[in-house]
Design a protein around this ligand. Structure first.
Ligand code: ATP
Ligand code: MG
Length: 285
């Protein structure tokens, strides 16, 4: 059987590069999709469809695609069939409510009876319901941040990452509605397709783990091996090799990207020297 799993990714935009890079890092040999609607990996039973991100949930519901990589915000908004299989650690952003900076915002009750402009009407509706607020929702398809300035709405709900767009439009963030990142979504699949998906998810896990960890090598006096091992225990335990210089060892381990700098400081205090930090390509626990 030569069944393939059809995965939809964004054709162009903020998700495109990260999605393609992830699939390639998973070992899939695929071409870029410029002016292309679909492409088949030459070494893995996956076909990649290039679509607008908003359309992907519908395509998955309709079984045109088996899976897709989209922003969680779009997946939640579209309310289509499918489930989140894996969070992918890129395209991180948040969906927030913002109001003109000059407003004295006192809490969600401020929104009562107001008008909110957004491209995410379903998410906003759910948020308001949860807070028992009655407000109007004005759905628009883009340039949401100018809505208050032109008198279209009192508040907006939109995606931000740094908040600079809000700031330059005279708005301030007042409520976090949801956090979002790229997610792998799939519909219910038959056994064969499920196997392909599982295989891909296993690889994604290895790639994501590798991205968030670094391989670290250092030299230390033998007395420092124990305290240094406590700081960087690695996957099971560090590898320790004797150095040519008596009383010294080379210690190899793995360290989480997030607490990397803090650990380096601790290691130096414990007597580590000649610290090398190297990216990891794949990591399987
Ligand atoms: P399309 O043409 O495919 O409909 P689009 O213009 O709707 O694209 P993009 O701006 O490319 O969408 O954003 C795609 C997704 O990337 C968003 O739905 C969101 O999940 C994420 N995203 C948006 N803005 C940011 C940001 N500033 N930082 C990080 N991720 C973001
Ligand atoms: Mg879109």
């Amino acid at each position: 059987m030569n069944e393939v799993l059809r995965i939809a990714i964004q054709k162009s935009g903020r998700l495109q590069e990260g999605s393609l890079k992830l699939l390639k890092d998973c070992g899939l040999n695929i071409s870029n999709g410029k002016d292309q609607l679909k492409t088949q990996a030459s070494n893995f039973p996956v076909e990649v469809l290039f679509l607008r991100d908003d359309d992907i949930p519908q395509y998955i519901e309709d079984s045109v695609a088996d899976a897709g990589i989209i922003g969680e915000n779009i997946f939640t908004e579209k309310q289509k069939q499918g489930e989140i299989i894996r969070r992918l650690d890129f395209a991180k952003c948040r969906l927030v409510l913002a109001v003109p900076r000059t407003e004295q915002y006192t809490g969600v009750s401020w929104l009562e009876g107001k008008n909110i402009a957004t491209t995410y009407p379903n998410i906003v509706r759910d948020f308001l319901k949860q807070k028992s607020i009655h407000a109007g929702i004005h759905e628009i398809s883009g340039s949401v941040e100018i809505a208050p300035g032109i008198g279209l709405a009192d508040a907006i709900c939109d995606i931000v990452s740094t908040g600079s767009t809000l700031f330059s439009n005279g708005l301030k963030e007042v409520e976090l509605v949801m956090k979002s990142e790229a997610v792998l979504v799939a519909r219910t699949l038959d056994t064969r397709k499920k196997q392909i998906l599982n295989k891909l998810v296993f690889r994604m896990e290895a790639v994501q783990q590798a991205r968030s960890n670094k391989y670290i090598l250092l030299n230390c006096p033998n007395e420092a091996i124990k305290p240094i091992t406590d700081v960087i225990p690695g996957m099971k335990s560090p590898t320790i090799l004797p150095l040519g210089k008596p009383g010294w060892s080379s210690l190899h381990s793995v360290v989480d990207e997030n607490d990397f700098w803090e650990k380096i400081d601790q290691l130096k205090k414990l007597g580590a020297e000649g610290i090398l930090v190297i990216p990891i390509e794949k990591m399987i626990r």
